[in-house]
Write a protein that binds this ligand. Structure first.
Ligand code: ADP
Ligand code: ZN
Length: 530
């Protein structure tokens, strides 16, 4: 209401130059901004680093009133507001971390028309008093950041996001812009439906991140492999190392420090002041390696992250894409590196079997995992496969992924698969025992270990039928059979079990193409990594 009536609104380009200090728009920023400035809705799919924030920040500055930004990234709101204030943009936020006085001051400023941007946690919008507050000021637009959180099919569902569909009914005249950096075709459609973006223009940028080189290597001795990568290619670089558990975060960070790398741990179990301090060090200082669970990284804007390494398998391709996307926002060459092994498949399948939720939920998790495994085991260009997962065509042969640079050999694994599955079949009547992959491989290779003698497995017909292949290759066979759903793991005992599809292989109705793992350079494969 207090906007100066006579002032002529600046154009988006003027705001870009005078407020943000950039010369020109990138990609489709201009069209997106024009759509929203004109009062239209927009759905924006743009990779990390593409420049999504300006797509709502500039319309908020050009239009009369306050741009209301819904974001799940509560921990970052203070930083975002601080950064905007340095540019002279008037911004505030409302979330659960504030005390009543702070909240009241932001509310007052909003009512008085003193805010260009107001960041809100999604649960705030469900509170009636928030809706009343918004009515007491002027809303320039709604921006819904991380819009994939509305998708139940996606990997990062937030129930509070479901209410955001009501914005259109409650404030029909206010333009809405939804933004995300990961969306399969399915998620894309779900966002449009659930947020009631029926009239929205869709802006879909290429998800390709040409400056990122993708590499997925078989896990051998993961810490050693990581250290080799850092020493050979990323000495002194800033990077993120993702681990699945808090314990492995702690251990890996400590080991890195012992090996002269400036590493810090980050996970939800650390006190919040420690986390904040580590995050600040990572953002402000050069060459810090953050070892973290996936709790770290959403919304972190550090342009010069030179590598993202995964020591454990991500649960979905969306997660993998989002995490690796934190590398190379500045456009310079960067590495996405993942070490992946048999134990990852076993562990994740077990976690799915034991997860809460109904059968449909578990099927969804399994489908996510299968797509991730297919990316790991592909003999094709990784980039092409990754982009196709998001519904975008790519001719392959990118030249900047490991399968392009060092094409893996495919081999006919049908006979090997038959041997391994028959060994598993022989053990099935003892299924309440712990016969993991190692034991099965020992049987195939004809190794008379104490466990084998004790169970008289040296008397099985399959004993020793696999001495033509080295142990590492057998483990690779087992891993790929698990990945292809031709084998499963009993979650209770870790014992290998046949699946329905295994019957086709044993009955010779199905061939099993496999991929040769590249040999780790300069070392023989140990079995520690799994
Ligand atoms: P996203 O949210 O899509 O990951 P950001 O909005 O954080 O991306 O933008 C990534 C980086 O690119 C930021 O540092 C931002 O300031 C910068 N940027 C965005 N648009 C432009 C532009 N038109 N010209 C120059 N830099 C830009
Ligand atoms: Zn490639």
């Amino acid at each position: 209401p207090t906007a100066p009536a006579l002032a002529v609104a600046p154009t988006p380009l003027e705001v870009l130059r005078t407020v943000f200090g950039y010369e020109a728009f990138r990609g489709e920023q201009q069209q997106i901004i024009d759509t929203v400035v004109a009062g239209g809705d927009a759905l924006v799919l743009m990779p990390t680093g593409g420049g999504k924030s300006l797509c709502y920040q500039i319309p908020a500055l050009v239009r009369r009133g306050t741009g209301v930004v819904v974001s799940p990234l509560i921990a970052l709101m203070q930083d975002q507001v601080d950064a905007l204030e340095t540019l002279g943009v008037r911004a505030g936020f409302l979330n659960s971390t504030q005390n009543p006085d702070e909240r009241r001051e932001v509310e007052r400023a909003y009512r008085a028309g003193e805010l260009d941007l107001l960041y809100l946690a999604p649960e705030r919008l469900g509170v009636p008093s928030t809706a009343r507050l918004l009515d007491e000021g002027t809303i320039a637009l709604f921006a819904i950041d991380e819009a994939h959180c509305v998708s139940q099919w996606g990997h990062d569902f937030r129930p509070d996001y479901l209410r955001l569909g009501e914005l259109a009914e409650r404030w029909p005249g206010v333009p809405r812009i939804a933004l995300t950096a990961t969306a399969t075709r399915q998620t894309h459609e779900e966002i449009a439906t659930r947020l009631a973006l029926t009239e929205a223009r869709h802006f879909v940028a290429s998800f390709d991140r040409p400056n990122i080189t993708y590499r997925i290597v078989p896990k051998d001795n993961p810490f050693r492999q990581l250290l080799d990568l850092l020493r050979a290619e990323h000495a002194g670089d800033a990077g993120i190392v993702y681990c699945l558990s808090r314990a492995s975060v702690e251990k890996t960070a400590q080991q890195l420090v012992e090996n002269g790398v400036r590493a810090l741990p980050y996970h939800a179990g650390l006190p919040s002041d420690v986390r904040a301090a580590h995050q600040a060090t990572f953002l402000r200082e050069d060459g810090v390696v953050m070892v973290a669970t996936i709790a770290f990284g959403m919304g972190i804007d550090k342009p010069d992250v030179r590598f993202v390494a995964h020591l454990d398998l991500p649960k979905s391709v969306e997660g993998y894409y989002q995490e690796t996307g934190r590398a190379g926002r500045d456009g310079l060459p960067s590495t996405a590196w993942l070490a992946y092994g048999l134990s990852d498949v076993v562990q994740q399948r077990r976690m799915i079997a034991e997860s809460d939720g109904d059968a449909a939920h578990r099927r969804r998790l399994a489908a996510h995992l299968d797509a991730m495994l297919a990316l790991c085991e592909t003999v094709e260009c990784r980039r092409a496969q990754l982009l196709r997962y998001f519904g975008q065509d790519h001719p392959g042969g990118c030249g900047a992924c490991d399968t392009c640079q060092n094409p893996p050999q495919a081999w006919d694994g049908t006979i090997a698969a038959q041997k391994l599955l028959s060994a598993v079949y022989r053990l099935e009547r003892e299924r309440n025992q712990r016969f993991g992959v190692g034991h099965v491989v020992d049987i195939l290779r004809g190794k008379a270990t104490p466990k084998i003698t004790q169970w008289r497995h040296d008397e099985l017909t399959v004993f020793g039928v696999g001495d033509d292949l080295p142990e590492a290759q057998w483990r690779s066979v087992a891993r790929q059979l698990l990945a292809q759903g031709l084998l499963e793991v009993d979650p209770a005992h870790g014992t290998l079990l046949l699946t329905e599809a295994s019957g086709d292989v044993l009955g010779r109705r199905r061939e099993v193409p496999l991929r040769h793992d590249p040999r780790p350079q300069g070392r023989t494969t140990s079995r520690s990594g799994g």
